[in-house]
Design a protein around this ligand. Sequence first.
Ligand code: PMP
Length: 278
Amino acid sequence: SEVYLNGKWVKPDEAFVSVFDRAFMFGDGIYEVTPFYNGKAFKLKEHLKRLQYCLNEIQVAIDAFSLEKLMYEAIDRTGLNKADAAVYIQVSRGVAARSHFVPEKIETTVLLYAFPVTLEGFEKKTWEVIATEDKRWHRCDIKSTALLANVMANEEAIAAGFAENLLVRKGYFTEGSHSSLFFVKYGVVHTHPEGHKILSGITRAEVIDICTDLNIKVVEKAVHIDELVEVEEIFVTGTTTQIIPISSITHKDKKVYTAQKDSLTKKIQEVFIKKSRG
Ligand code: PMP
């Protein structure tokens, strides 16, 4: 049995929750995805810290770090000790009669499982993307299971034959529908500051560390869509995305950006591979 659900390990096709689970009814839940390179967790503490932050923000009293052992157990039970994998964790506020009001006596639904994922070869990819209005809520720092706006944005890209959708709020790029976003302008790396408008990406933080080590200047400042003429390189980052260069951006059916170089992205990718694969 490979799926952990509320204190028990069950088979994937026997893992069920109630239709009255609040994550199903309201999207009243949060999640976390942690990568395992060759069976070894990468940035585990950072992922658990973010999970704890989200739990605290939605006021669910669970110790995120108590799940660490279960994560390794999920990898073991799935036979992924020597493979690239990820562990998905989801915490829902629990099961109750459908009402916005949360009853005092409610037990959280905790789901956790490991799945194989291709983390190798990302450095050979480039993505052509679109840019559209960021229609998400104002607490994108909470890794909520309510991903309707993200899914709609991603589907818009896929339907038009693109790999990702870069989101723009009041003219400024925030992040991708499922990735963090970086720009290189005059040799300086730019990324949206942390706060309520983006998810605090773990890969994003790692890339900032790598830039510091490489003596590449980083400014946490949003880039305006009109600044694209000055941008030399763009790349997106994420746990499953890793680091992928953007070759072009299409906005309202017009190509508004074509990559000029990829040299800085390549340097960062090289160090990232070394660090993530130990
Ligand atoms: N932003 C969004 C909206 C995401 O869904 C993700 C995760 N796929 C990221 C950024 C990247 O975060 P991380 O590096 O922690 O996976």
